[in-house]
Design a protein around this ligand. Structure first.
Ligand code: ADP
Length: 614
């Protein structure tokens, strides 16, 4: 289906800084242009306000102090205080706007991502690495919140501060200003080097951390843990984990030390600046060209020159990182194909059944739909067809059993009916029309699927049942559970229908879970029922109840059953023997046995000894 195997982390290697990409990113910022404009205004104001205190120092030293003018002194100090206070207040406003914009972009992207992932085909979830979806949803999108302040705000504020400061310095004394500016390159080189070293280290740390998480996920999950224990791989896994952990640790130390060296260098260079100013400024003072106040102002303003220069140097890395982040997310958004409604799709309406949530088991079960496969082929991977030219008709209200060796394609056939996967060629028809002509919602509303590994989410039995039909009342619930032969069991639990199941609740046996799943489908009351019989042996009593529940579920429905039990196979209206992605034989039990083909072979292997021939 053209999804291919994509390694998302590769994308961080080469951020795409093309116009199209930047425009695409810009679209997420666009709705917040008003707030962004406000941020820029605030930044402009704070960069000007920040100049005031150093400039006032000059007035204090050159005017208030020599004249002994106390009131001027108080006035100047107050003005300086006011400027600081005002820029502090504006800083708060800016933080608010920042986080308002950032969080809203995160909000928009999260929603879009969730909606997008919901629309992804099943294939996606079977190929994507465990935990990957969560990472994409949480840490990548969360990373976006730093983008606005890391790029837009950073560029604007640093450029404004740098420009306003440099302008002021040159306006005060161009010679001294030139000396101040000359040492800026000293900051740029080490900053750039350290920036790139840290970036590389950070990337490797991230990779190692991911590896570590992967080991944890693999070995400390329920099934991974069992695998590890049963194959006594603890020591090996422990070594692997320790190694990855040790590497992460040393990388992290190196990363923080790279930062430390950088700080030391910058601090050293930063102290060269004032010394140069004192030296050359002192000379100019002796020449009578500038005042003491001007020298002090110069020194005070130097910080506003060097810090932004350093910050701007590393901005490119920050921008690349941000673009890469967006790219990783966009890679997800770009993943197609999704199985969606065809334009002009119409709802599938099946008799009185449509839209009703009545439990079945009534004698007046409504008319049901016919399923027809016409020359259907399908491949999970383009080079290896899993189904070839499957054609059959399952008349309304009958039960079709799919039998065959494992890996033959039985599950694949059933997954095509609710369009969990899309047939590559051929046609699947329900109620006389191509299933792609129906809306997905209406099609799936008519299909009940009970798989082998029943999924019950963490919650009460009632909540699990009501997932099928939120509006079902207590009576319907009990009726469905009675029909599924599970009511008595549920009622015998201390908390009855409010018993919590799943990781945080009681453990149910395979048979009990399957019967709850059957009750859930009964509540949904679909016209088409797809059942995958459990291959694992249930005890005789469980099996009996599951069989009864299944029979109840199939009553009056069009049923497709992946059958493993002889009783089911014998009750089927038709048997399709699937082998190697094709229908090898078809017919009823007795005919197929007589034919002496694959079916006969399967039968002899599985049931030959235990059950006498009819
Ligand atoms: P059955 O249900 O008869 O045991 P399946 O329909 O599950 O067989 O599988 C048919 C073939 O398709 C097998 O070769 C299996 O390996 C392959 N297959 C099943 N699911 C996937 C998947 N998600 N991705 C790729 N190949 C798959």
């Amino acid at each position: 289906m053209g999804m291919g195997k994509m390694k998302f982390d590769d994308l961080t290697e080469k951020p795409d800084l093309s116009r199209a990409m930047l425009l695409r990113i810009g679209r997420y910022f666009a709705p917040y242009w008003k707030q962004t404009a406000c941020v820029l205004l605030v930044l402009l104001a704070t960069s000007v306000l920040g100049l005031l205190p150093p400039l006032l120092v000059q007035q204090i030293v050159d005017r208030a102090l020599p004249k002994g003018d106390m009131s001027l002194l108080v006035w100047l100090v107050s003005a300086s205080l006011a400027a600081t206070l005002a820029s502090g207040l504006l800083g708060v406003l800016q933080s608010y706007l920042n986080s308002y914009i950032s969080q809203n972009i995160v909000y928009d992207m999260k929603n879009q991502m969730y909606r997008h992932l919901q629309g992804m085909p099943l294939q996606f979830f079977s190929t994507v690495q465990q935990g990957e979806v969560i990472t994409r949803m949480t840490s990548d999108i969360a990373g976006i919140q730093g983008v606005f302040s890391g790029t837009v705000v950073s560029v604007a504020s640093n450029v404004l501060i740098l420009a306003s400061t440099a302008g002021t310095l040159f306006w005060m004394n161009w010679k001294l200003a030139l000396v101040s500016v000359i040492i800026i390159p000293l900051f740029i080189t080490p900053t750039r080097r350290m920036g790139s070293i840290r970036w590389k280290l950070a990337k490797r740390t991230q990779e190692k951390t991911a590896e570590q998480n992967h080991i944890v996920e693999e070995t400390l999950s329920l099934s991974g843990y069992m695998l590890m224990k049963l194959f006594t791989r603890e020591q090996r896994e422990w070594n692997r984990f320790r190694e990855a952990n040790a590497e992460t640790t040393s990388l992290q130390i190196r990363e923080s030390m790279a930062g430390r060296w950088f700080m030391m260098l910058v601090n050293t260079f930063a102290s060269i600046g004032p010394m140069l100013i004192y030296l050359y400024g002192g000379y100019l003072f002796i020449q009578g060209e500038i005042s003491v106040g001007a020298i002090l102002t110069f020194v005070a303003l130097l910080g506003r020159l060097y810090a932004p220069a350093g910050a701007l140097t590393n901005l490119y890395v920050e921008i690349k990182r941000s673009v890469a982040l967006f790219q990783r997310i966009f890679a997800y958004f770009d993943m197609e194909p999704q199985i969606v409604d065809r334009p002009g799709a119409s709802p599938l309406r099946l008799g009185a059944n449509y839209g009703s949530s009545q439990a079945s088991g009534d004698s007046n079960t409504p008319a049901t739909a016919e399923i027809e496969f016409r020359e259907v082929s399908f491949a999970y991977q383009s080079d290896k067809p899993s189904l070839r030219n499957i054609s059959f008709t399952a008349p309304a209200g009958t039960m079709t059993a799919l039998v065959g060796p494992s890996g033959a394609g039985k599950t694949t056939i059933t997954n095509l009916i609710p369009r969990l996967y899309e047939a590559a060629s051929g046609q699947i028809r329900v109620a006389g029309q191509d299933i792609t002509s129906y809306t997905l919602h209406s099609l799936r509303s008519q299909i009940g699927l009970v798989t082998q590994d029943t999924y019950l989410f963490n919650g009460t039995i009632r909540e699990n049942l009501l997932y099928a039909s939120e509006t079902a009342g207590e009576e319907e619930l009990i009726r469905a559970c009675r029909a599924a032969y599970i009511h008595d069991f549920i009622a015998s639990l201390p908390e009855g229908y409010d018993t919590v199941v799943g990781n945080r609740g009681i453990k149910l046996s395979g048979g009990e879970k399957q019967r709850i799943a059957i009750a859930r489908v009964l509540l949904k009351n679909p016209s088409i029922v797809i059942l995958d019989e459990a291959t694992s042996a249930l005890d005789t009593v469980s099996e009996y109840y599951v069989q009864q529940a299944m029979a109840e579920l199939l009553r009056g429905k069009t049923g497709i059953v992946i059958a493993h039990r002889l009783s089911t196979i014998m009750a089927a209206d038709q048997i399709l023997v699937v082998s190697g992605g094709e229908i090898a034989e078809r017919g009823r039990h007795a005919e197929l046995l007589d034919r002496g083909g694959i079916y006969r072979e399967l039968y002899d292997k599985q049931f030959g000894q235990a059950v006498p021939q009819p």
